[in-house]
Design a protein around this ligand. Structure first.
Ligand code: PRX
Length: 633
């Protein structure tokens, strides 16, 4: 790539002739033009590259907006395309998954053939436990191969998986199991985090005390430490695998394209987390197409998406997308700095990773340790890089580009959401890049920046980011709450999808994401809701009321700052602040542990009693408080 002066605004990195020559991606303008003129034709062409038990009657059914349906009338199963179809070809011997343990001592690899066997086994087991089509299964597992098998096993038999990130604690897990009314929970004895055990099974035991729907718990052995097991209800996965019912093929259910594939809880506005619903057909086509066009994966590639399977990035781009493409996906149990900050670079070298995808927060964190760590390793296998989860500051972009990519790897800054299921604003390898901009909407999509009353704002000005067209991997609803789906995403600007982000567009049509405009805090790329943090705080006996806000943080992007009003009889102290931070960690998640807690006598509220976090945020940063006409006296 090279930086050249051009007619485009700002600093632009153009792809080198070598990158262009290697890229097997559509010409941007031509594909965008095709999709603009014939949205259904564009997606039908993509869908035709995959296998269907029965093809669709209609690509897009928009007769009941905003409840869009895709590929109606078609029969399909995402697992057929992610696993079954590869086993019929030479790819049966290709590696589907390479896994490495946190300590680097264990390596497990699975060809598509053995992946199929593992999925069959897991599916046979859950089926024998009485899980059937439409049932919800909560999966609370660390980054180990069994999470892949468990998710695919659910999809194979038409059950709906609900993965809960294994970094969540008791209350967060309880809420998600309870809301989904899961009858089965799949977990492990524990997970390894920086050489220490994080209790998973004990957390499940605690969480399900008040979840009557749960009938069975499957426990994968990972750490090997002692955990309580309740007869009848709790089963070691190893023991189940030894049973005769675990053997043999399990049929892949022929489902309707619109049958649910999974729910994934995410935070949005106030209130409890929402269960975002994705379906088999459209999600399959969307993740396949975007991964193919953006990361241009080839058979010789080794793809590493360093996210956690518990978030949407892992669902779409560690598991479903790469497998549908027949790619080799790499998965590492640990994090980037344990035991030393060269862990990732060492693994890239050792496993010959060619395409690497991570979050800006990780890059910023690793930058702090200096260039010597990556420079110790041969990173020449890399040909493409990517980022996701939050805006990337140009400084981090340039470091990633220079130190990791050696100025030859384009960086795919992909903007998307749990709700979108697939990349929505993103470059492809042949597109000129601007550090800090996710470039332009994907083929078939149009984005707009609107003001509060729905008028487009001039280029260069900040406004609400909305999407104009439906897309196949879009969420179908909030599971069990259609009304919330409409209210949350389609009401502010009728007919347009409200992303919850603010952004700007420049004169070249490039989008620059600024951040969330709702009550979401992005901590190290993790999406957390203020409501959940606040409810963890008020569950402590000393707390009467609490407000959580996100303030800029050099490495984490945003950090959580809380304002707490104590109950009568309690006095604020550094010890109590520490106790409350720990309380949030054990009830919600260690990633939600507040950076700072301030004790206050009053919280700014509207006359109707809503806490004005915006005002707290402005005050904390010494910025103007904006419109405070609704502030109570
Ligand atoms: O604010 C945007 C930010 O992450 C939000 C979605 O979070 P989540 O549902 O957890 O999904 C994250 C992974 C897909 C968005 O509303 N975001 C995501 N990608 C980017 C981003 N902000 C800026 N640039 C990105 N590339």
């Amino acid at each position: 790539m090279s930086v050249v002066q051009s007619e485009m605004e700002g600093e632009v990195y153009f792809p080198s002739p070598e990158v262009i020559a290697q890229a097997n991606v559509p010409d941007w303008e031509a594909a965008a033009e095709f999709a603009r003129n014939d949205l259904e034709g564009f997606w039908a062409e993509q869908a035709n590259e995959l296998e269907w038990y029965r093809k669709w009657d209609k690509v897009l059914d928009d007769s009941n907006k905003p409840f869009f349906k895709w590929f109606t009338g078609a029969k399909v199963n995402i697992v057929h395309n992610a696993v079954d179809r590869h086993v019929k070809t030479w790819r049966r011997n290709k590696l589907a998954l390479i896994w490495v343990s946190e300590d680097g001592k264990e390596e497990r690899t699975f060809s598509y053939y053995s992946l199929n066997r593992e999925v069959n086994r897991f599916a046979n087991i859950i089926k024998a436990m009485g899980v059937t089509k439409g049932d919800r299964v909560t999966i609370y597992l660390p980054r180990i191969p069994e999470i892949v098998f468990a998710m695919l096993a659910c999809a194979k038999i038409g059950a709906i998986h609900s993965v809960v990130f294994a970094g969540f604690s008791v209350d967060a897990l309880r809420g998600r199991i309870d809301d989904s009314a899961s009858k089965l929970v799949i977990t492990a004895d524990g997970s390894w985090i920086n050489g220490k055990i994080f209790e998973l099974k004990r957390t499940v035991d605690e969480a399900i005390k008040s979840c009557p729907s749960v009938e069975n718990i499957i426990v994968v052995r990972r750490t090997g430490h002692e955990v309580p097991m309740e007869a009848e209800r709790d089963h070691w996965y190893d023991d189940l695998c030894a049973l005769p019912i675990a053997n043999g093929k399990c049929v892949t259910e022929q489902l309707d394209a619109e049958d649910p594939l999974y729910i994934l809880y995410t935070s949005g506005s106030t209130g409890k987390p929402k269960a975002i619903l994705h379906t088999h057909g459209g999600y399959m086509v969307g993740t396949y197409t975007t991964l193919k066009h953006v990361f241009d994966l080839k058979d010789e590639d080794r793809w590493w998406c360093a996210a956690d399977p518990g978030w949407v990035t892992g669902h779409s781009y560690i598991i479903y997308g790469p497998l549908i493409l027949g790619a080799t996906s790499f998965m590492f149990e640990g994090g980037p700095v344990y035991p030393y900050p060269n862990r990732w670079w060492q693994l890239i070298e050792r496993y010959g990773i060619s395409v690497f995808y991570t979050a800006p927060t990780a890059i910023r964190g690793l930058m702090r340790f200096g260039e010597a760590w990556p420079n110790k390793h041969d990173l020449s296998s890399l040909r493409l890089l990517g980022t996701v989860g939050e805006p990337i500051n140009p400084e981090a972009w340039k470091w990633y580009y220079r130190v990791i990519g050696k100025e030859k790897c384009p960086i795919m800054d992909t903007w998307w959401q749990t709700e979108t299921g697939m990349f929505m604003i993103t470059p492809t390898p042949v597109v000129p890049l601007k550090p800090g901009s996710a470039t332009r909407p994907v083929f078939g999509q149009e984005a707009e920046i609107l003001d509060d009353s729905g008028n487009p704002v001039p280029d260069g000005e900040e406004g609400y980011l909305v999407l104009k067209n439906p897309w196949p991997a879009m969420l179908r609803t909030v599971y069990g709450d259609d009304e919330r789906y409409v209210r949350q995403y389609w009401s502010k600007y009728p007919g347009k999808y409200m992303t919850g982000d603010s952004a700007k567009r420049d004169a070249d049509g490039y989008f620059w994401i600024i951040g969330r405009v709702d009550d979401v805090i992005k901590v190290s790329g993790h999406r957390l809701g203020t409501a959940e943090i606040e409810s963890a705080l008020v569950s402590h006996p000393a707390v009467a009321e609490a407000a959580a806000i996100g303030l800029p943080h050099e490495v984490k992007g945003q950090a959580i700052h809380c304002f707490v009003l104590l109950r009568a009889g309690f006095a604020g102290s550094p010890e109590l602040a520490e106790e409350l931070r720990q309380h949030v960690s054990t009830h919600m998640s260690p990633i939600a542990k507040p950076e700072d807690i301030k004790f206050v006598d009053k919280l700014p509220k509207t006359r109707s009693g809503k806490i004005m976090r915006r005002v707290l945020k402005a005050r904390a940063q010494g910025l103007p408080e904006g419109d405070i006409s609704t502030l109570e006296e």
